[in-house]
Ligand binder design. Sequence first.
Ligand code: SAM
Ligand code: SF4
Length: 443
Amino acid sequence: MTDGRSKRYLIETWGCQMNQHDSEKMAGILVGLGYAPTGDDREADIILLNTCSVREKAESKVYGRLGRLRRLKTANPDLLIGVVGCVAQQAGEAIFRRAPFVDLVMGPRNLSRLGELIEEARREGRSIGLARDDDPIVFPSGTTARASGPKAFVTIMEGCNKSCTYCIVPFTRGREVYRAPAEIMAEVGALAAQGFREIELLGQNVNAYHHGGHDLASLLRMADRVPGIRRVRFTTSHPGHLKQAIMDCFRDVPTVCNHLHLPVQSGCDRILHAMNRGYTRARYISKIDALKKSVPGMAFSTDLIVGFPGETAAEFGETLQLMREVEFDQVYAFAYSPRPGTEATRLDEALPEEAKLERLRELLSLQEMIQTRRNQSLVGGVFEVLVDGVGRLDNGLLKGRTRCNRIVHFAGPAQRGEFLDVRITHAHSHSLVGKLLAERGVA
Ligand code: SAM
Ligand code: SF4
């Protein structure tokens, strides 16, 4: 508080939903300390960069951003700059050497210490909070400052016990820790009371969740009984942990939405083995087929890595073939990026960057065709849409999501949080356009 105004914070977020939600948790802590949000870095008293280190590009963006923040710090020495999240955990002290004007470095498992680390940085000039595996994890709850509804993220576990050979997440987020079901359900109940209608249960390996006698399937059934909650999703699932009991929930539990994000990474068994993914192409497809058969309109999205060390053209072709077979509704595809300390960096036969990018372009253009065709097949159909705001395009249209997670643009009137029926009139590759039918009522 300098000129009588309240202190302001700005959090910039890179990466996955877990990071987005971590930012909401940190925002809650900052609000509790008397800070108000700002979108303008020039008026911020504290700027936190919540970082992702899953690929090198994401990491270098952080250092690029820090370079620009140096000028702000020179102009305002009282400004506190923090690097938090996965890059912070991975690089630790090295961040201070590379960007000496940074005041605070904090890994993703230390969120609940944010207030104390800010105080220490103000007092000592610098603070660092990096978690070790044996640190007890505290799931911040109640104080979270969520982005306005209608959907809310709920953390059910932290960390990842897998050891995919390309992935840095187990190093940055540590071993799995599971939150007690009673605590999760108390948060879901409170969210429903605040007016949230959709929840997404979060974990890096969400379907490995277990606590006492409970697993993800039992959590989904419990969440279904919370009055006011009409849609439940969960992410990110590992194909190896997709048990029948969880698959049955898509068919049997009314609130569980008919969309599953199930990262496959590759369509080739040799590459899946080299990635240490623990399943085969056939096993993956058998789970997808079983869900397609039992759940009407089931939609799938996935993550894919192209150009893993030693991937031949024929092996890449197997990934394209898998995409044709499954017909994903959305694909998040990445060129393989070597991450420090991961096993895959020791493999020979790294592919040239240009070869990886060429494969990525080919894969994305195939996906564009598949998505366009799938979306066009929905024209004429009627979907329940949960309105979540105004679309990004400057055409005044509102935006909502179907239960199968497709984006639909339509003309109002409608309010955020309403469930409405929309008839699809046009299809693009990444979204649908529709016309409002009769209102289904604000929930
Ligand atoms: N836990 C999730 C899983 O198992 O799929 C997500 C982990 S990661 C945050 C999200 C995605 O980033 C992964 O599914 C993978 O496709 C991609 N990814 C992870 N490490 C990568 C690397 N070294 N190079 C390229 N993509 C990578
Ligand atoms: Fe990374 Fe594999 Fe864990 Fe996903 S399951 S976070 S890809 S190690």
